[in-house]
Design a protein around this ligand. Structure first.
Ligand SMILES: NC(=O)c1ccc[n+]([C@@H]2O[C@H](COP(=O)([O-])OP(=O)(O)OC[C@H]3O[C@@H](n4cnc5c(N)ncnc54)[C@H](OP(=O)(O)O)[C@@H]3O)[C@@H](O)[C@H]2O)c1
Length: 238
């Protein structure tokens, strides 16, 4: 395992269930955290809990290039490049076609696909200059297998998978690694507004999901873990 001590780790979506737990684990291993989230109050609460200085907390809307550019400028004014970028921002609009609106489809793509595109666009150049970096993404299993009622979400996550695989080809001759985690259901606030009969008590717990990310962030740089599939025990379909 490669130590996280002193590593610059940026977590985008640090205000979310998996993000906040990931931040806690990374900090426990001595990483220097940079945290970004959309909701300023939640961000400051997470930051305060982990004693992350205010200059390393950033509100960001990943659907806006201006906002992502400001995040990159704010982080890169303090360090040459992030060592580990964890992208955990995302929304889940899971509805059948009859009730899924065009606006909801667009917002899902904007957040789950265009957002990571903007983040890579603005953080990759500095990583390339440093000739190193690790980018961890969570397309989820719905970026690999379809599910009824997930037209918008799956479109965004399949798109994310395709985009990342293409960028990985582009980066082949660099030391920049891309790791994708195809996670099944995690019991987080993500499910609060989804009208679907799911058994949340059978899902992966937030801290277990975070442990997978924390583990992958410590893999030796001589190899690349391209992907991991982590499913709840009773959903081991793929
Ligand atoms: N939970 C699951 O079952 C599951 C399974 C597979 C994959 N995933 C993926 O894992 C990631 C994290 O999910 P989670 O379970 O931790 O969900 P969550 O608790 O709902 O967290 C979502 C995070 O995304 C942020 N976010 C949403 N829209 C944003 C925007 N426009 N700009 C910036 N940040 C934005 C939220 O920020 P605020 O809270 O500050 O608004 C929050 O930090 C998502 O990409 C999700 O698709 C989740």
């Amino acid at each position: 395992m490669e130590s996280l001590k002193g590593k610059n780790v940026l977590i985008v979506g640090a205000t979310g269930g998996i993000g906040a737990q990931t931040a806690r684990l990374m900090q426990g291993s001595g990483a220097q955290l940079f945290l970004a989230g959309r909701n300023a109050a939640k961000l400051h609460a997470v930051g305060q809990q982990l004693q992350v200085p205010a200059q390393r907390l950033f509100t960001v809307d990943v659907t806006s290039e201006e906002s992502v550019a400001a995040l990159a400028a704010g982080v890169q004014a303090q360090i040459p490049a992030v060592d580990v970028l964890v992208i955990l921002s995302g929304i889940g609009i899971i509805k059948p076609m009859e009730s899924l609106s065009a606006q909801e489809f667009q917002l899902t793509l904007q957040t789950n696909l265009f957002g990571p595109f903007l983040l890579l666009k603005h953080f990759l150049p500095a990583m390339k200059e440093q000739k190193k970096g690790l980018i961890i993404n969570i397309p989820g299993v719905l970026g690999k297998v379809p599910m009824a009622g997930a037209a918008a979400y799956s479109a965004s996550k399949y798109g994310l998978t395709g985009m990342l695989q293409s960028i990985r080809e582009e980066l082949k001759r660099t030391e920049i690694r891309i790791t994708n985690i195809f996670m099944g259901g995690v019991d987080s606030a993500f499910w609060d507004n989804i009208d679907l009969r799911v058994q949340r008590d059978k899902m992966i717990r937030e801290e277990e999901a975070a442990k997978a990310i924390w583990f992958l962030a410590q893999q030796p740089a001589s190899g690349v873990v391209s992907e991991m599939v982590l499913q709840p025990f009773n959903h081991q379909a793929i």
